[in-house]
Design a protein around this ligand. Structure first.
Ligand code: C2E
Ligand code: CA
Ligand code: CA
Length: 563
């Protein structure tokens, strides 16, 4: 069955499979349906009927690896069914009651397509290195990640080296010689496989080696010396009569014993830091010293200091203005948490919020934030700086949302400060809204009854079906800054931004764009009627005391002027 849906900007062709079955479950497609898959590339997405189970999804994924596949499920599908379809290869799921809403499905497909396309590009980048026959960067990272996950008693060492003055070999002896040299280095490295080492060429003259049977850094350094000796032996190549002698610089790092979070990217980053130190200091081999970066030890240190942060008054809020597209006035602000550590300095929330979530401290801190924001609103009101239309957006972590009775807490806090619930907006992430829907819906409805607004943060980045948009009492969509920052750079991206704005308006939501940095982005968003802007173009997050607020202009909205 073929169907076409339209978002406000695009018309999408869908291939619908399994809809003739009417309640008869199946784990594979009929012959004619299988034939339809031969023309799969004509469609923007394939939708599989609720009757087709996970095995059928896997079949389709196998047959058409590049297609966007959406699994249609009954409204009462449980978490396991949803995850099952995704695990079998579906890009997303959609529920019964929302199949008819074209805007919703259309936008969902646009987002799924883009996600698939970027995955495709990443996969392309992963094909092996033809010059040396070694793995390339992508494969190296994958393999390394596998090694990290595997159970073992020893530790993984990663080394990265490059050939000193490779450019001058290329320039003086020609590219043919340069290429043959790289090829021969690759050949020599491949003999290390016998020791269990995994080797790759990760850049032009950059090679990486991972080995998982190291005990300590001395061990690892000794192995690094073996590698250096191997590649420094003279080269007698076919493309030149003269013997070639090279030197290399090598950086080595060892997986941290106590740290279970080190991932492949992190180890490669550490080895690269060590490599640049080797080069800077003119040494052949340099080890990664933990002190060189915000590494595992640093995180450990932060974790140990987190608990006292609140008690020692080291946490504070900044406020980033939000601008109304139509009036150009500041009508609200987002509250953003900061941690000023007495000796470590200002620490990024990207670093400490995950640690607070991990330790569960985020719930207590989150409650403190609610109190602070309410008190701040009271103070601004008392000083006559804002009126009762001014609101503040508060970020709520999923953990805090699940672990606490937010509605009751907020009700008390606003009562204490005598502010209006409508002055509070809660920013939640999409990931929260696909889990345990009954409980989530119940909590959201209680908040809604109280009068606070619900905003979906980082909209468009989650894997969730957009159908939750109809299920929950949502007021605002905040388009993720990654989409805003790509405005004007890709047509597909612009189509998504547009589709989100239109979808939001059709569902009677308000739309906010975050991360607006340029006039061009602002112009695009204005042209397409995005309601509110937030971003460095207008103001960075600033302390409450540094923003000058006044409402000397008559009108409904509150005004802030950034000092
Ligand atoms: P978020 O909720 O997406 O917050 C927006 C982030 O974008 C902020 O980073 C903000 O400073 C930054 N930003 C604002 N305008 C621009 C722009 O024009 N360009 C760019 N590149 N960035 C911009 P920040 O303050 O570092 O916060 C990072 C994240 O930490 C937040 O992302 C949020 O997830 C979390 N976070 C911050 N404060 C809190 C909090 O009070 N509670 C909770 N649970 N999470 C928080
Ligand atoms: Ca936010
Ligand atoms: Ca965000």
């Amino acid at each position: 069955m073929i169907k076409s849906v339209t978002t406000s900007t695009n018309s999408l062709n869908l291939l619908l499979l399994g809809y003739e079955r009417r309640g008869v479950p199946a784990n594979n497609l009929t012959g004619p349906e299988q034939q339809l898959l031969e023309f799969a590339d004509r469609y923007d997405a394939i939708i599989l009927a609720p009757e087709l189970d996970g095995a059928a999804v896997a079949y389709v994924r196998n047959r058409v690896p590049d297609a966007t596949i959406i699994a249609h499920l009954p409204d009462n599908a449980d978490q396991q069914q949803i995850l099952g379809r995704i695990e079998m290869g579906a890009d997303d799921v959609v529920f019964d009651s929302h199949m008819a809403i074209e805007q919703l499905i259309g936008t969902q497909i646009l987002i799924a397509n883009q996600r698939r396309e970027s995955a495709h590009i990443r996969k392309k980048e992963r094909c092996a290195d033809t010059l040396t026959g070694l793995a390339d960067r992508g494969q190296f990272l994958l393999k390394l990640q596998e090694m990290i996950k595997a159970q073992r008693k020893s530790r993984i060492a990663v080394m990265i080296f490059d050939i000193d003055a490779f450019k001058s070999i290329n320039d003086s002896l020609g590219h043919e010689v340069g290429d043959e040299l790289l090829h021969t280095v690759g050949e020599r490295l491949s003999t290390l496989g016998e020791d269990g080492a995994f080797c790759a060429r990760i850049g032009h003259d950059h090679f990486a080696i991972a080995i998982d049977n190291t005990q300590d850094i001395i061990n690892a350094s000794i192995y690094a010396e073996t590698v250096v000796a191997l590649v420094r032996k003279p080269y007698h190549l076919q493309s030149t009569a003269q013997a070639i002698y090279i030197t290399v610089s090598l950086g080595v790092t060892l997986e941290d014993e106590n740290e279970n979070e080190t991932d492949a990217d992190e180890l490669v980053r550490q080895a690269n830091i060590a490599l640049s130190r080797a080069r800077q200091e003119g040494r052949c081999i340099a080890r990664f010293e933990p002190i060189q970066a915000a590494d595992a030890h640093y995180k450990h240190l932060l974790r140990n200091n987190l608990h006292s942060a609140l008690a020692n008054d080291e946490l504070f809020m900044l406020y980033q203005p939000q601008i109304d597209m139509r009036s150009g006035q500041v009508v609200s602000a987002e509250a953003l948490l900061r941690w000023q550590h007495p000796s470590l300095g200002l620490i990024s929330p990207e670093l400490f919020i995950p640690l607070m979530e991990e330790t569960g401290l985020i719930t207590e801190v989150g409650m403190w934030i609610i109190d602070r924001v309410c008190a701040q609103l009271r103070a601004w009101c008392d000083a006559g700086k804002v009126n009762e239309h001014f609101s503040v957006a508060i970020n709520i972590s999923s953990k805090q949302f699940n672990d606490s009775d937010l509605a009751a807490y907020i009700e008390q806090a606003i009562k204490r400060q005598g502010i209006d619930a409508r002055q509070i907006k809660l920013e939640l992430t999409e990931s929260l809204l696909v889990l345990d829907t009954d409980q989530v819906a119940d909590k959201l409805h209680r908040l809604k009854r109280l009068g606070v607004a619900i905003c979906i943060d980082d909209f468009g980045t989650g894997y969730a079906s957009l159908s939750y948009l109809r299920q929950f009492p949502i007021d605002i969509l905040k388009i993720d800054k990654s989409f805003i920052q790509n405005i004007g750079l890709s047509e597909q991206n612009d189509a998504i931004v547009l589709a989100i704005i239109n979808l939001a308006h059709d569902l009677h939501f308000h739309v906010v764009a975050e991360g607006v940095e340029t006039q061009a982005q602002r112009a695009f968003l204005t042209q397409h009627q995005c309601d509110t802007f937030q971003g460095y173009l207008f103001s960075k997050p600033v302390p409450a005391a540094d923003i000058r607020l006044h409402n000397d202009t008559p009108g409904r909205s509150a005004y802030i002027h950034v000092a």
